[in-house]
Design a protein around this ligand. Sequence first.
Ligand code: GDX
Ligand code: MN
Length: 367
Amino acid sequence: MSLVVFPFKTEDPSVVSANLYTAARHDRVDEVWGVAASEGSSMAEVADLAEEVEAGTGTPVSVFAQERLGIYRSGKGDGMNTALRMAAERGFERTHFYDADITNFDGTWIDGAESAADRGYQVVRHRFPRAATDAMITWMVTRPGLALLFPGTLLPRLGQPLGGELLLSLTAVESLAADPFVVARSDWGVDTMITHATAIMGLGIYEHNAADGKRHAMYGSLVEIRDMLLECLDAVSSLADRPGPGADAVFDSDPPAVVPADLKQTVAYDMAATRAAIAEAPTSGELSVITGLGLDPTQGLRVDDTTWHRLFPRLMERFHLEDESWRAAVFRLWVERVIEYTTRWVPLGYDTAMTHLEGTIRRFEGV
Ligand code: GDX
Ligand code: MN
């Protein structure tokens, strides 16, 4: 008895409804939910289309607004937590989550997760090959943070610790719905908290490789993911005093697959628009943060991997999510890091760039 949940905000209603349909017609799926953001979502249009999906498939499809459950900005976290709470109450044996904007979502995603669950894994995470310039929060913030805090465990080894595509057993859902750290995290930090919480539950985790990659709404300027960056940094930093996975943690993974050729060429963000976003001189508050971190902004900020390695632990320790100077400084430094990586490593080819990134994680882990 499986439930499939799509949290969504402002997405193309036809993409969302195609995904609701794919899930609703799958023979393992008994119910499908679309959980809409509290404001500015395409809920009304999606709800209309969902009625047709339900009529066409005979599977119950509900579209409803998320509740206010957490204490941070109300975002995707409130959406996921609303679904977790309701799924725990309803007692679904398995609950899948997928981003609503995936354009190549098909039954094989559900098959892949269900078959790993059939083999006994209670948490199945989808991972997929990504362009060398995609996942810049994952590579520069979340994996480094997990590597620093939990070296040698499965946490830094996860390909996509921020991934929104996963399957959870009822035990995992009940435990997450009762976890105050997860429920509080109403913003983009929720994925990090769920990743950490599921890793310390002592349930088997499987990473399923969706070999075609995930095609979804792409960004222009990195400004579009500024809030995500800051909230993900805050979330991973908040794990500093938490326990890590035990030595007996079960973690298995599909072997890496060949990366689709078109993905190797894709540039995932607009460099010129991103540069423009940090063209303005730093404010005095921002400057004092940057100087306090031990950098000299008058020398030009070139943030290579060695600089980031030195800087990042300080960012983790000192970052204030609510402080505008800190927000601006962290965004600027991360953009400088991403641009340095993009201009220096990406031109050397996909495999070289990915090997470089993987190496930075090992270095944070100290292995
Ligand atoms: N209910 C609800 N409420 N859904 C939301 C909200 C909200 O406030 N904001 C966004 N969503 C939905 C959105 O419509 C989509 O279905 C999903 O959440 C992910 O958002 P998207 O804008 O597509 O994010 P993106 O950049 O594709 O991020 C995904 O990958 C990130 C990463 O791995 O880097 C997403 O799974 C993130 O959670 C993850 O951090
Ligand atoms: Mn997306």
